[in-house]
Design a binder for this molecule. Structure first.
Ligand SMILES: NC(=O)c1ccc[n+]([C@@H]2O[C@H](COP(=O)([O-])OP(=O)(O)OC[C@H]3O[C@@H](n4cnc5c(N)ncnc54)[C@H](O)[C@@H]3O)[C@@H](O)[C@H]2O)c1
Length: 534
């Protein structure tokens, strides 16, 4: 009934009022408090209620996908196809996974009680943490909100999401969709709060009393977040920058790989955390890949993403980002790299349309070797041996995603296993992200802990350890260990250790006899204080 009702609701109007969108410290604290109150009710909601909420949301998403993509295109400069991939598909798949498998991973999980505790039953119970705070960037304005929000709510939490100051307009429009879905299922008021504003609002969220914080953004701000979190001991997940390696071995099928490589480089004008930036290509294929890439890039259409024409590439979003990309290219060229396509920032009066760029001859010592570009730049680095490919891929301060291509899946797996990255796709790019049961996250300067997947979902809970008697009688402390302890207490403990853990059977048996001797005198066994002085 509710789903049918929710489905009939119209898309909220898109006009948003930007006045008063700069949240202060006090505003953020008030939002956290409100969400915390609501979370006390929501934590006892059933999984069926949580699924209903997510299904209501996905119904809105499916029915309003064009509006969602157009809003994203207008605010982040990405073409509709890129928005469909990054905003809608990923969100729908995440909701599908939560609805179909989420409960399984949040139900109490039986664990072995171990050896000595054989008479106990052990389990982990996943209780909601309370309120999840998320600080997110602007690059996928819809998905970046829905991603933490859906997992937090499904785990029984409230959520306060601080959106980027560069995506305020779209966030306020999306907030209406979220509010409508929450109202449709009767979720408590204030359970989800969207917070707008600048860095100070983000800082207020870190220190304002959330029970877990997910930070998604640059490595530089990640340092500040971790510092602030230390003052309040707020647990944090850091999802930071990336510079993914895309390794093409000499036996790869170049025709298929080229199309994937180009999407990996130019999706959303390269403004992806897990975007392919370093194409590490066997020398025998490098020239052909470059030729094909340059040919395609010259035919790609670039322009306003929200305009009437279909475009392949939109614009950069952040002021200053296009200049940063240009500075990296100029530095590389000055040190000997060669630009084969693009590489020149057009007249700024025409917008932030940094062109898709192909560059080769990049070496260590150039800024682009190790700095995240976060722009439409395909850097091709040739190699001769497999070991060299692995070393090149790992010669990077970041370690978010990675990809390896070979006609032999076994070989690609072997190379992939040696890459220092949180995620590796074999013969494809970024598919780990669409497999929503998998954790998302990186190593090195790409951050730590995991968001999404089973690990991420459970990470939004307190994993409470519970142990109880296995059989219907309770176990008590043996009398000789009760206060005041008996003279035989220490001997009893030592005998117990031998009985359970001595590495050979005869010692185990001796331990058993020593244990028995603590209760009944056995010939040849001296117990208690007497043994010490013997
Ligand atoms: N690993 C991932 O999952 C992932 C996903 C998307 C983007 N990113 C990364 O995000 C970066 C681009 O996004 P951006 O430019 O918006 O990032 P950013 O780090 O500048 O901003 C991210 C968020 O942090 C907030 N913020 C700024 N100062 C803060 C402070 N002192 N305390 C708390 N919050 C503060 C911002 O307002 C924004 O909401 C890139 O480095 C990209 O790789 C990572």
């Amino acid at each position: 009934g509710l789903l049918a009702w929710a489905g009939k609701q119209r898309v909220p109007a898109l006009e948003v009022d930007l006045e008063g969108t700069r949240y202060t410290h006090m505003d953020v604290r008030a939002a956290i408090k409100e969400s915390k109150e609501a979370s006390k009710v929501w934590r006892s909601s059933s999984f069926a209620q949580r699924r209903l909420l997510l299904k209501t949301l996905v119904k809105y998403v499916v029915e309003n996908q064009e509006a969602i993509c157009r809003i994203s295109a207008r605010d982040s400069g990405k073409p509709l196809v890129d928005a469909s991939f990054g905003e809608v598909l990923g969100t729908c798949e995440k909701i599908w996974w939560l609805c179909s498998e989420g409960e399984r991973y949040l139900k109490p999980e039986s664990r072995s009680a171990g050896y000595m505790m054989f008479y106990k039953k052990a389990r982990v119970e996943y209780h909601p943490v309370g309120v999840v705070g998320a600080i997110v960037p602007w690059n996928y304005p819809f998905h970046n909100i829905l991603n933490p929000l859906t997992a937090a709510l499904f785990a029984g939490n409230g959520a306060v999401i601080k959106v980027s100051e560069h995506a305020t307009w779209s966030a306020l429009a999306y907030e209406r969709v979220i509010d409508a879905a929450l109202a449709a299922v009767g979720a408590p008021k204030g359970l989800v709060r969207i917070v707008t504003g600048y860095g100070e609002a983000g800082n207020a969220l870190v220190t304002g009393g959330v029970d877990k914080l997910i930070f998604v953004g640059s490595t530089a701000i990640g340092h500040k977040v971790l510092e602030a979190a230390a003052t309040t001991l707020t647990p944090v997940v850091l999802e930071l920058g990336g510079k993914d390696a895309f390794v093409i071995l000499e036996d790869a099928d170049l025709a298929t790989v080229t199309a994937t490589a180009l999407r990996g480089a130019f999706q959303s004008c390269g403004q992806n955390c897990a975007g392919a930036e370093r194409f590490i290509v066997h020398r025998s294929l490098a020239d052909r890949l470059l030729e094909r890439a340059v040919d395609v890039v010259r035919r790609m259409r670039q322009g306003p993403a929200a305009g009437p024409e279909v475009v392949d590439c939109g614009s950069m979003c952040m002021p200053g980002q296009a200049e940063k990309v240009q500075a990296l290219i100029d530095d590389a060229v000055a040190k000997g790299a060669k630009v084969l396509a693009g590489g020149k920032l057009p007249d700024q009066s025409k917008g932030l349309f940094y062109p898709p760029t192909v560059i080769t001859g990049v070496t260590r010592g150039m800024r682009i070797w190790e700095e995240e570009v976060f722009g439409p730049v395909m850097t091709v680095i040739p190699f001769d041996t497999e070991d060299e490919a692995i070393a090149l891929a790992n010669d990077c301060p970041f370690g978010l995603g990675s990809a390896v291509f070979s006609r032999s899946a076994a070989r690609a797996r072997r190379v992939g296993a040696q890459l220092e990255a949180g995620m590796t796709s074999i013969n494809d790019f970024a598919t780990t992200y669409m497999c929503q049961s998998l954790p998302f996250g990186g190593v090195k300067e790409s951050g730590f802990d995991r968001f999404a997947g089973v690990e991420g979902l459970r990470g939004l809970c307190v994993p409470k350890a519970v142990a109880e008697d296995r059989w219907p009688f309770s176990t008590a402390i043996p009398p000789l260990l009760q206060y005041p302890v008996s003279d035989k207490a220490f001997e009893f403990c030592q005998a117990l250790v031998c009985m359970f853990y001595a590495p050979d059977l005869s010692e185990n048996f001796k331990g058993l006899l020593r244990l028995a001797a603590c209760f009944v005198p056995l010939p040849g066994f001296v117990t208690g204080r007497a043994k010490k002085t013997a």
